[in-house]
Each structure stands twice: as C-alpha cells, then as structure tokens.
Design a protein around this ligand. Structure first.
Ligand code: LER
Ligand code: MN
Length: 270
C-alpha cells in the first residue's frame, strides 16, 4: 500500500477537506519531505497546472500523482453528469474527459465524486441513472484508451441521493458495459453509510481502486473514532495495493494534518 496526501489549487473551495492549499511546489516539497509516495491533485481544470512544470517537480521531489479530482467541474462551473439539461451533462462529460487526459499524462486516474450530481427534482431515478450510466460509460472507455482506470466514489447521503453504499454502487456498476471502473473507498463517507467498514472492504475488495484515508470527523486518521485496526486488517487481507490518500481537513493546520497522516500510515501499513 502507498501513501498520498491531497493538494487543492482551487481558491473558491478553500473550506474543503484537502490538506495542502499552497502553491504547488511548496505543497509537493512538503509531501515529499514527509515521505509520502504521491499527491492527489484537485485543480480548477485540466489546464490549470502547467504539465511541464509539474513533471519537473515530480522528478525533483521523487513523488508521483496518485489521482486527480474532478469536483471543480461542479463547484466552480455547476456541471454534473445527472443535470436535467443535456447541454450541462455534455459539458460535464467534456470536463471530466479533459481531466482524464491530464491525469493520464502522469498515469493517474480521474475520480468522479461530486460530479455524479443528484437525481434532479422532477426527474425519475431510472432516467437520471441512465444519464449517469451513459456519461460514465463514455468516460470509462476514454480512460481505457488512455491506459488508466476511472474511479467512481459513493458519497454520503448529505452529498448525493444516487448511491451511498458500496452494495448499491456495485450492483449498478455490474449493469454497465465496462470493467474499467473501480470504486473509491472514502472512509469518511463509509463511516456514515456502511454497517461495517471492514466487512464492506472484505465483500467488495476487488472493486476498490483508491482509498480516501480520513477519520470519522474527516480529520487525519487517529484524530477521530474510526476503528483503524480492523480496517487495516481488511485492506491487508484483500491485498489492496493502491493508495491511501488523505482527503481531510487541514486541522489543526496543514502541516500537522499531513504529519498525523503519515504517522498513521506508517503505524498501520509499514
Ligand atoms: C470527494 O472525494 C469527496 O469525498 C466529496 O465529499 C467531495 O468533497
Ligand atoms: Mn472522497
């Protein structure tokens, strides 16, 4: 298993659960100094960061990009894959498609979290799920061509009314004509929605492609009451070999949250 920490470069969402917010070089330097294997980037768009500069930074600091988040498409531009307006859905697909290109240049998958949206008022659930399935299938096929997976993230009930539990997300994924989608196990969302996080990991382990490493209160692991021992055992027992990426609030500050995260990672997984 590999460690990662989030870097958000979108000023409009400064209150979100991301560890580093500074300019990209300082953030990457800090992540590398703490010994993280990778950083997860949250950018305003696919062109927000100069990729040549980014490549140089990754080489200088011997660190990788583990994934790119696409949520700015919703937060900044109001796009989702389930908007009732077909034009907005098409722009959401185009936005994520460009993010797949951006991530794939660094062998990193794109994550569909908040871009899944919500079943709109006045729209039948089956119709909205059809829109979501069409969009995600197009994007999963695009990701195949780029040699990366697509990561879909079940969110808690306060963020989406689509799928909150792994069981429902997996049942729906099986209806799609693609096997290039993996699920994101965000321990914060799972703490709210799953009956048991370890049992869910045992049951759906083969679908897990990424983990958001967050405690029950969305602070760094060890700062809440999530039972990490059983979760670590479950991840080890399914031979999870991907990243545990700290998508947590920068509390009490970014540096302390990052340090707490890497200490927790080393405690449970080294
Ligand atoms: C994104 O990874 C996520 O978990 C959402 O809750 C957006 O904040
Ligand atoms: Mn998450």
């Amino acid at each position: 298993m590999k460690s990662a920490v989030t870097i958000a470069l979108v000023p409009q969402i400064k209150s979100g659960p991301w560890v580093f917010w500074e300019n990209i070089e300082d953030s990457i330097a800090k992540a590398a100094a703490l010994g993280f294997n990778a950083v997860e980037l949250f950018t305003a768009s696919a062109t927000a960061v100069n990729t040549t500069l980014l490549q140089q930074l990754l080489e200088t600091y011997h660190i990788r990009i583990c994934a790119v988040g696409t949520g700015a498409g919703k937060v900044v531009q109001g796009l989702t894959l389930t908007d009732a307006d077909a034009d907005v859905r098409a722009r959401a697909i185009a936005f994520i498609s460009e993010m797949i290109d951006f991530g794939a240049a660094f062998s990193a998958p794109a994550i569909i979290g908040s871009m899944q949206g919500n079943i709109p008022h006045g729209t039948e659930r089956a119709i909205a799920l059809q829109w979501l399935g069409e969009g995600i299938s197009i994007l999963a096929n695009k990701a195949v061509k780029k040699g990366v997976r697509l990561i879909y993230e079940p969110l808690n009930r306060y963020e989406t009314n689509i799928f909150n539990c792994f069981a429902d997300a997996v049942a729906w994924l099986k209806t799609l004509d693609t096997n290039n989608i993996q699920l994101l196990a965000d321990l914060f969302h799972m703490n709210i929605e799953e009956a048991s996080i370890p049992e869910t990991i045992y049951q759906y382990g083969s679908y897990i492609g990424h983990v958001h490493f967050a405690d029950s209160n969305r602070r760094a692991i060890g700062m809440g009451h999530t039972p990490m021992s059983d979760i670590a055992k479950a991840l080890q027992s399914i031979s999870y070999s991907g990243y545990l990426s700290a998508e947590v609030f920068p509390l009490p500050n970014s540096d302390a949250a990052a340090r707490q995260t890497i200490n927790a990672f080393n405690t449970w997984f080294k």
